[in-house]
Design a protein around this ligand. Structure first.
Ligand SMILES: NC(=O)c1ccc[n+]([C@@H]2O[C@H](COP(=O)([O-])OP(=O)(O)OC[C@H]3O[C@@H](n4cnc5c(N)ncnc54)[C@H](OP(=O)(O)O)[C@@H]3O)[C@@H](O)[C@H]2O)c1
Length: 245
């Protein structure tokens, strides 16, 4: 049985992942902004088989509240061995081009809050000598594009942070997984026209659980995004800068 903290637990991808954990009898602490949605998800997970559920509210940019939430999760679950960080916002690129406040807010939510949460969690896991850290980054972090480089560069920062953290923690028996989904049909992308490259949260969730169980380092979900991003990363800059993406 895993003892799992999920931050951003009301996210469609996180909820689908939590259902899979619940079905095999794991214990879950759900953290998010909306107390009533968290309570509803927790009851559903209990029905699906979660051995224990707890909830806590957190606005992730309230850095002073992070320590209490992590302590609550440890207390409620009797320890922690797995953390999934899932929160995020798809930044309004044009707004961020015109407002430094908006730019900073998006970095706070998508990058800094993630690193801030991981700092005490990584130290705890290193000290206990085991643990699994999984964070939802994005394929958008693999190369900045004009249509979403604020979001993309925040995710790139998270991916680079996780890469270093992985190296640091591997001797301590702690696994660090970077999850890079492509296009997923969730509330975050509700206004986008959907096509063949789009996946459902349930499919992404299966990939996340499998990657955590296998102790993977980096996973593209669905898998074909690893090929797409291999190509995109290797387009020469003198070509890439002329492409409208
Ligand atoms: N959908 C995609 O195509 C896609 C692709 C690649 C990566 N991702 C990443 O996947 C993760 C999950 O996103 P999703 O697609 O499942 O979207 P989602 O359903 O819209 O979930 C976003 C989550 O982030 C939470 N959140 C946003 N700002 C927050 C804040 N300031 N404090 C606390 N929680 C906050 C939301 O909480 P509320 O419910 O309270 O708003 C919600 O739980 C994100 O990191 C996203 O960047 C998504």
């Amino acid at each position: 049985m895993r003892r799992i903290l999920i931050v951003g637990a009301t996210s469609a991808i996180a909820e689908a992942t939590a259902r899979l954990f619940a079905a095999r009898g794991d214990a879950l602490c759900l953290v998010g902004r909306d107390a009533s949605r968290l309570a509803a998800i927790a009851s559903d997970l209990a029905v699906r088989g979660a051995v224990r559920t707890a909830t806590a509210t957190l606005e992730v940019t309230d850095y002073a509240a992070h320590a209490d939430v992590i302590a609550l999760a440890e207390r409620e679950l009797g320890g922690l061995d797995t953390v999934l960080i899932a929160h995020g916002t798809l930044s309004d690129q044009v707004e961020c081009e015109n407002s430094v406040d908006a730019l900073r807010r998006e970095y706070d939510i998508n990058a800094l809050s993630v690193m801030a949460l991981l700092t005490p969690i990584a130290n705890r896991f290193a000290q206990q000598g085991f643990g699994s850290i999984a964070v939802i980054s994005s394929v958008a972090g693999d190369r900045g594009r004009m249509s979403n480089y604020v979001y993309g560069s925040a995710k790139a920062a998270v991916s680079a942070f996780l890469s270093g953290l992985r190296q640091r923690l591997q001797k301590s028996g702690v696994n660090v997984l970077t999850i890079k989904p492509g296009f997923v049909d969730t509330p975050m992308t509700k206004d986008f026209p959907k096509g063949a490259l789009w996946a459902k949260p349930d499919a992404i969730a299966q990939g996340i659980v499998k990657a955590i169980d296998k102790g993977r380092s980096v996973v593209y979900l669905p898998w074909f995004w690893s090929l797409i991003m291999l190509i995109i990363r290797n387009v020469p800059e003198f070509v890439f800068k002329r492409v409208k993406l």
